[in-house]
Design a protein around this ligand. Structure first.
Ligand SMILES: C[S@@+](CC[C@H](N)C(=O)[O-])C[C@H]1O[C@@H](n2cnc3c(N)ncnc32)[C@H](O)[C@@H]1O
Length: 261
């Protein structure tokens, strides 16, 4: 039987799986900022729900002064330790996407929140609050890049994704199942199983959670509630700056570029 455990309480295993894409994501974020974002020398960056800090380190290395917060202290400890090991500095603290606090007058030139993290906000009012808070601390012209998986409500099959990654002799296999969404409740059930092979020992741990669901229309309706942001571009997860897409339901993995007015 797998052990029931929040996978964010074991940041190393999360990080081994997700870190594989970090350089590619960092390069794309940088390209989006240069193309759509605010010009000028100031480089203050905010990452709500920064997790294990893989992108905190990546963007700090790219010259950004990063501030990141998360609701899970184990993820934050991991992020801080990595920064220290790499000789990098960033501001990391415990906080919540829907209610985070910043020192008065602190403002940012760029913000991002990838890998569907925003969908952890299960209520519309929390999603709106998060967008409003991010907008309120961004300087005019700065962008907020939001990466989410859109839901196809007509789907009746469960989806399955599998990733395998290895670092320092630890091999992690991640199997994630997503069940068909409840259209009325705007919720989908997910389950991730991590199989960890470490020093000849095999261990399986399982996490179950829910995401708020969005199709393209619901995402547009949410964005309309936060007029401080304008949707200036949309991409898919090929991360190709030269291939923008319409925000519609023909594909599921979307990267929204929201510009602070
Ligand atoms: C998929 S991870 C993403 C981490 C990081 N942004 C990345 O790209 O690797 C989701 C993170 O969101 C955090 N989280 C979930 N709900 C949150 C909330 N309401 N406020 C703050 N953090 C939250 C979790 O603790 C976890 O670290």
């Amino acid at each position: 039987m797998p052990e029931q455990r929040d996978w964010y309480d074991t940041p190393l295993y999360y990080d081994i799986i997700f870190d594989a894409d970090t350089p590619k994501e960092g390069a794309f974020l940088q390209a989006l900022h240069e193309h759509f974002g605010r010009s000028g020398k100031s480089r203050q960056l905010l990452e709500p729900a920064c997790g294990s800090g893989r992108l905190v380190s990546e963007m700090t290395r790219r010259g950004w002064k990063v501030s990141g917060f998360d609701g899970n202290t184990r993820m934050l400890d991991f992020a801080k330790e990595r920064l220290q090991q790499q000789g990098l500095k960033a501001r990391i603290w415990e906080d919540w996407m829907q209610s985070f606090e910043l020192p008065k007058l602190q403002t940012f030139d760029f913000a991002h929140c990838l890998v569907s993290t925003f969908k952890y906000l299960l209520k519309e009012q929390d999603a709106v609050a998060c967008l409003q808070r991010v907008a309120s601390v961004l300087k005019p012209g700065a962008i907020f890049v939001l990466g989410v998986h859109l839901t196809d409500y007509s789907s009746i099959k469960e989806e399955h994704e599998r990733w395998v990654a290895e670092r320092d002799g630890i091999k992690v296999t991640c199997n994630t199942h997503t069940w068909p969404a409840d259209r009325k409740k705007r919720l989908e059930d997910l389950r991730t199983r991590l199989t960890i092979l470490d020093s000849g020992r095999r261990h399986v741990q399982e996490t179950r959670w829910q995401f708020r669901t969005y199709n393209a229309k619901q995402m547009r309706a949410l964005l309309a509630k936060v007029p401080a942001f304008e949707l200036v571009a949309c991409y898919d997860f090929t991360y190709d700056l030269l291939s923008p897409r319409e925000l519609n339901d023909s594909y599921s993995d979307v990267v929204l570029v929201l510009k602070k007015k």
